[in-house]
Design a protein around this ligand. Structure first.
Ligand code: DGJ
Length: 694
């Protein structure tokens, strides 16, 4: 008997089908199928013919391709018995369980006493399918590789888009052509990493930001992953995701992949982006104060670095508050003897030289200004130059001859003693003070990948969150080195990058929006002369770039001229006025005809309101701006469109242009089919438009 299963969420259908007792294959994934589709016929219809020079039947591209069934590509499971003997499982049907939104299928390999289960969950709100694999054995076995349920990739696709990056250069897109063989990405750094964000988008031919079919994947794990996108010799394509190979360092009776999040879009990259944004914001992140507005941040890092002086910090807090900040975050430098980055990590006690009366006076001052208070920790790290390292050298991971990273070692988070120590130190600070925010940093890679490290970090976060449910946590790792849905189950904000350069940020934010909603993406107005790029950028540009996401400031406000302070206050007030709907909006990347323009449209959930940010990263080749096509509007509705910052147009914008004078009423059709013609502007500027449906 063949078996077929079908999952629907109103915008996509996934069909699994198995020959007799064998593991099922995903035989269809794409736009919703009609209810009456006969899955038996569909299963038979997609059977591939055979010809010369091949086996008499194509081995299944199943949810866990099996080496034991002559599968011609990478297998989905590599496991050894306790004594090291390689096992070649051959799974047979054991059970199935359906719920309204989910499906669990289990298979047994009697000869090796292994059980493999695959879980699938649909979500109508986000359009996200979550799936994961689980392997159990009757005795401890060694795991080399376990893929989350394996999915096929589309055939009418010429390329895939995956992500790389670096410090101050996160979320770079790689477009890689499909060819026979595989694209293999493996992150062995022990954290999510700047280098390999665990995401993949597979556009079908002709897809753009706003149109066409795209398949999206994200692996929700913070310990380093492996991705395989392989075209088999017969032309079929498979996509595998799992923890980086050999991350499970101990034999065990149970292993599980992290959740793999997948989605299909027939609205271009934006369809995937919106599904990921919504799923992350509305299903993954838990908000301690869901009814409170996201506060404007002030973070003192680029203002003072390690040089903490109470009167200076107080003055900075006053100025930040006057500009509109609502939360003050005290960054690195408040503990131990931390005068630079060479010492004190793990000595989580207030530095009495810098704060002779403790943190109380600063926190009281901040609260007196009406701001809440946040504080920086880097819990998983230790400097050899620290009291704790002297007392507990064995708490650090790695040998004495290891290469340090930022003069520090990683702590052994799998050790419960270490976790208890960290819990005690962090909880003491949280109990002794009114603190509602932690910036949780992680500034070096691990000496070796080890899944128990990640589980240890998750356990510490979960315990702290359980006992301090009102405290929000920001995930930072030298900027965007730990951004994934696994860490975001435990945190509410990410520090996208250490680059506060508006030009860099504009690009990063644009690409990160393929997965991240505005509400969780921190973005700060940095110093006039950017500390990480050396560029000098106008306050208007810096402020509007920060206003695209969860807004904050990070410069020393004492450097601002009166004019800069005025602009920043105005943009911040604008952001506060709109944040209630903007932070719940869908971010839609616009297709721009001019490569020097990076533009997005934030569309309100009611679809009645939008804001467009059109940033110019370079000088255009042509002299006149090309029209900018909007998206997602009702074609027959009329919209009033206003250029919010028309007063900041340069002298050289000297022609007649109605947007310069006030709102313009245009149809959704015109805005989407022809696009908005914007006034001329300098490079490194941003036009901001508000639209209201009439
Ligand atoms: C790296 C972070 O990304 C910065 O924002 C800052 O918090 C420093 N660490 C502090 O050491």
């Amino acid at each position: 008997m063949n078996r077929q299963y079908r999952l629907d969420d109103g915008r996509q259908t996934l069909v699994l089908a198995a020959h007799r007792d064998r593991l099922p294959e995903v035989v269809y994934w794409g736009a919703s199928l009609p209810e009456g589709e006969d899955l038996g016929i569909l299963h038979a219809a997609q059977m591939l013919d055979v010809t010369g020079g091949m086996l008499d039947e194509h081995p299944d591209l199943s949810i866990c391709p099996e080496a034991s069934r002559t599968f011609p590509g990478q297998p989905g499971l590599i496991v050894r018995d306790n004594d090291g003997t390689p096992l070649l499982p051959k799974f047979c049907f054991a059970s199935e369980e359906h719920t309204e939104t989910g499906l669990t299928l289990c298979y047994e390999d009697a000869a090796n006493a292994l059980t493999l289960c695959a879980h699938f969950e649909t979500d109508r709100h986000s359009g996200m399918i979550t799936c994961w694999s689980e392997l159990t054995a009757t005795r401890p076995v060694h795991l080399h590789w376990l893929a989350a349920p394996v999915l096929p990739a589309p055939q009418l696709s010429d390329e895939m888009i995956d992500f790389s990056g670096r410090w101050c250069g996160e979320f770079q897109l790689n477009r890689v052509p499909w060819t026979p063989g595989m694209r293999y990405r493996e992150n062995r750094t022990g954290r999510t990493g700047h280098e390999h964000f665990p995401g993949l988008l597979i556009p079908c031919r002709g897809a753009t930001n706003t149109q066409g079919e795209v398949f999206g994947f994200h692996y929700g794990w913070s310990g380093g992953h492996r991705m395989i996108a392989e075209e088999l010799p017969d032309g079929r394509r498979q996509v595998q995701w799992g923890h980086a190979a050999r991350m499970e360092t101990q034999a065990a009776e149970r292993f599980a992949s992290a959740p793999l999040y997948v989605t299909y879009s027939d609205r271009g990259l934006n369809g995937c982006a919106v599904a990921f944004q919504r799923h992350l914001r509305d299903r993954i992140v838990t908000w301690p104060k869901s009814s409170t507005a996201r506060p404007v941040h002030y973070n003192c890092w680029e203002a003072v670095y390690f040089d903490h002086k109470l009167p200076v910090l107080k003055e900075i807090a006053e100025r930040a508050s006057a500009l509109g900040a609502e939360r003050f975050v005290l960054d690195d430098g408040w503990f131990g003897q931390r005068d630079d980055d060479t010492s004190s990590l793990s000595d989580w006690e207030v530095d009495p030289r810098k704060y002779p009366d403790g943190l109380g006076p600063l926190i009281d001052h901040v609260h007196g200004l009406g701001m809440s208070f946040g504080i920086w920790f880097e819990p998983e790290m230790i400097n050899p130059e620290s009291n704790i390292h002297k007392a507990h050298p064995h708490w650090a991971l790695g040998g004495e001859d290891q290469v340090l990273g930022r003069h520090q070692k990683a702590l052994d988070m799998a050790n419960p003693e270490v976790r208890d120590f960290l819990y005690d130190r962090i909880s003491k600070i949280l109990r002794d003070h009114e603190i509602d925010y932690i910036k949780w940093d992680h500034n070096r890679v691990l000496p070796a990948p080890d899944a128990s490290q990640t589980r240890g970090s998750y356990a510490l976060l979960d315990r702290l969150r359980g006992d301090f449910p009102k405290v929000e946590i920001e995930s930072c790792a030298s900027g965007g080195g730990r951004i994934d849905f696994g860490i975001l189950k435990r945190t509410q904000r990410v520090w996208l990058s250490d680059s506060n350069d508006g030009v860099e940020r504009l690009r990063m934010q644009h690409n990160a929006a393929l997965f991240l909603p505005a509400a969780i993406t921190g973005s700060h107005v940095g110093p006039r002369h950017c500390h990480t790029s050396g560029r000098t950028l106008d306050i208007r540009f810096r402020a509007w770039v920060a206003a695209q996401r969860h807004m904050g400031f990070e410069m020393d406000p004492r450097e601002l001229s009166d004019e800069e302070a005025r602009v920043l206050t105005e943009v911040t007030a604008w952001w506060k006025h709109h944040r209630a709907w903007m932070l719940k909006a869908d971010i839609l990347r616009l297709d721009t005809a001019d490569p020097s323009v990076t533009a997005e449209q934030q569309l309100c959930q009611t679809k009645n309101k939008f804001v467009v940010f059109a940033g110019t990263t370079d000088t255009s080749r042509q002299i006149s701006p090309r029209p900018l096509r909007l998206t997602g509007l009702a074609p027959d509705a009329m919209y009033s469109v206003e250029l919010v910052n028309r007063d900041s147009r340069p002298f050289w914008s000297r022609g007649p242009q109605p947007l310069k004078d006030g709102p313009v009423t245009l149809s959704g059709r015109y805005l989407m089919a022809h696009g908005l013609t914007l006034p001329w502007n300098f490079p490194h500027t941003m036009w901001v438009l508000e639209g209201d449906r009439l």
